[in-house]
Design a protein. Structure first.
Length: 134
């Protein structure tokens, strides 16, 4: 912290967590995990198939492992059990390639889309855009 500002010295993807009730503010490196039938992590209870950061830390990439559905969400230590996975779920709008957060009450995004094995998904959270290469 410098003059009341948080300073991040290393490039990467971070999540900011604020819980006013518990008086917690955390800025921590985030891992973006995948789950679904297109991932080796088939349920949100067993997530072990993350996006991988580029060497410069500016983008994250995931190569689809199986045919099927795919969901992803960030995880940081501060979330603990306070924030359920679906409340921090992100998705790619397949018409605009915008990265969006699933809103409360919103149906599961892209639930009918079938991902193909070998498809590469690259996320750029600075631009909030994705690149998808089949």
């Amino acid at each position: 912290e410098e003059s009341g500002y948080a300073v991040i010295e290393q490039a990467g993807t971070y999540a900011v967590y604020v819980n006013l009730g518990k008086r917690i503010v955390a800025i921590q490196p985030a891992t973006i995990y995948t789950y679904g039938t297109a991932s080796s992590s088939t349920s949100d209870a067993n997530v072990n198939s993350p996006f991988v950061a580029s060497a410069d830390g500016k983008t994250l990439t995931y190569t689809v492992e199986n045919e099927g559905s795919l969901r992803f969400h960030p995880d940081i230590e501060a979330f603990g059990s306070d924030v359920s996975r679906w409340k921090r779920e992100y998705y790619v709008d397949l018409t605009t390639l915008d990265i969006r957060q699933r809103l409360e009450g919103e149906d599961e995004p892209n639930k009918d889309y079938v991902w193909k094995p070998g498809t590469v998904i690259e996320l750029n959270f600075k631009t909030m855009k994705a690149t998808i290469t089949e």
